[in-house]
Ligand binder design. Structure first.
Ligand SMILES: [Cu+2]
Length: 429
């Protein structure tokens, strides 16, 4: 850090050219590989270490003119309620336990939203009202958190935080205005690690009224890719334990006295830090010390999915020469993924739903848990191209490559452009 500062200062003092070259050479010698790496990125030393217009020892003093400091304010007051005559888009989402097939021969018992994993994609126009009835037909309790939505606190879906969890045979009605526009998602917030991994996640697309992405890159087709992973053995053990515990909680829910006594003691829920410390003094053992919830072991995902399927059962993306497609990537699991497209660069156009200040050209995009990125792929290079997580662990099924988070970008008109390809879905490696 100090060396960077010294070098930048020297630059600002406008040394003569030979002196500057000499400084750079000394800098390279002293810093060795680290400094060399920056220079090897293809930037000149001047550009890499400050060209005087933005010296590295001074913070920026102005953002671009397009920056709007008020842009994160909700357009509509989140605590408003629908007025007479305003349209409300209504959905019903039921939670059950069922079997989901990840790849042939691998079925997992999971929680399902409307009998699907991931849950149904909810699409609503920006700023319109959305009403979702969460119907719980499973023996565990759940909520739904609307990830990315700016809504009233009571609608945020945090159990013991903003609402009581929704017990078996209960229904909870969520109501909010769909703001802001963009690619978002929803997931259960009860024991999130397990409930989200074990199925309770889905995409929430809020369609912009005036979509800068569509205006800049006209497109007809778009794809949502919800990325997630599961440790099948851990999920199975935990689900078994949780279902048992859910039944206990269900009994408590039916007896108000028991519920009051519980006072958030189950599953590590306490009103505040003091009540946790008091409970520990009184003999309470936090679940991370002696598991109340099954096996005490670190979670190790063994299946990596795009929209609930692992390669080769993942859905392909189709494109034609000259076409733009929009791809909405959602970090719907617990691990970061690094999605890479062969044979193309693409444009990163939105992050967490909002358009970027300018599209960014990439060939690999990190998708962190909880984040969403929209990209535009332009049909510029006919063929069938791999599109996959570049973290190799995530391209396996139960430790065997190929599998996991892989799919293909397929040109429907590839043959017309002379591309020949093998008629096979598995790579023999
Ligand atoms: Cu849940």
């Amino acid at each position: 850090m100090s060396i960077f500062r010294r070098f930048a200062k020297k630059k600002n003092e406008a040394p003569s050219a030979p002196e500057a070259t000499n400084s750079r050479r000394q800098f390279m010698t002293h810093l060795g590989a680290a400094a060399g790496a920056s220079l090897l990125l293809g930037r000149s030393a001047t550009a890499a270490f400050g060209d005087g217009s933005a010296p590295l020892d001074k913070p920026a003093t102005a953002w671009p003119a397009s920056f709007d400091a008020l842009a994160t304010r909700p357009q509509f007051a989140p605590r408003e309620t629908p007025k007479e005559g305003e349209k409300i888009h209504k959905f019903r989402i039921e939670v059950t336990i069922g079997e989901h097939e990840i790849v042939p021969g691998v079925k997992a018992h999971m929680f399902l939203f409307n009998n699907m994993y991931p849950g149904p994609e909810i699409r609503v126009p920006e700023n319109e009202w959305v009403q979702i009835d969460l119907v719980n037909s499973s023996p565990e309790n759940h909520t739904i958190h609307w990830h990315g939505m700016i809504l009233a606190n009571e609608m945020d879906g945090v159990p013991m935080g903003t609402q009581w969890p929704v017990f078996k045979d209960q229904t909870f009605r969520y109501l909010f205005r769909a703001q802001p526009a963009g690619t978002h998602f929803y997931h259960c917030h009860v024991m999130t690690t397990l409930h989200q991994m074990a199925g309770l996640v889905g995409s929430l697309i809020v369609e912009a009224k005036d979509d800068i992405v569509k205006k800049t890159f006209p497109y007809e087709r778009e794809y949502t890719m919800l990325l997630s992973e599961i440790d099948t053995a851990w999920a199975r053990e935990q689900l078994n334990e949780m279902v048992g515990m859910g039944m206990t909680m269900d009994a408590m829910n039916k007896d108000p006295k028991l519920m009051k006594e519980m006072n958030g003691r189950m599953m590590g829920w306490f009103k505040d830090k003091k009540s946790l410390l008091d409970a520990i003094k009184g003999g309470y053992t936090p679940p991370y010390l002696s598991s109340m919830t099954g096996a005490n072991r670190v979670i190790t995902p063994n299946f990596f999915m795009i929209n609930g399927k692992s390669y080769p059962m993942t859905d392909e993306l189709f494109i034609k020469y000259g076409e733009n497609i929009r791809v909405r990537l959602i970090g719907g699991g617990m691990m970061p993924h690094y999605i890479h497209l062969h044979g193309h660069d693409f444009w990163h156009v939105c992050q967490d739903g909002s358009p970027l200040a300018a599209p960014v050209r990439l060939n690999t995009i990190p998708i962190f848990p909880g984040a969403t990125s929209d990209i535009i792929i332009q049909g510029t290079n006919p063929g069938n191209w791999h599109f996959h997580d570049h973290s190799d662990l995530s391209t396996t099924n139960n430790g065997i490559h190929p599998g996991g988070m892989m799919t293909m970008l397929m040109y429907e008109d590839a043959e017309k452009y002379g591309v020949t390809f093998k008629d096979t879905i598995m790579i023999d490696s």
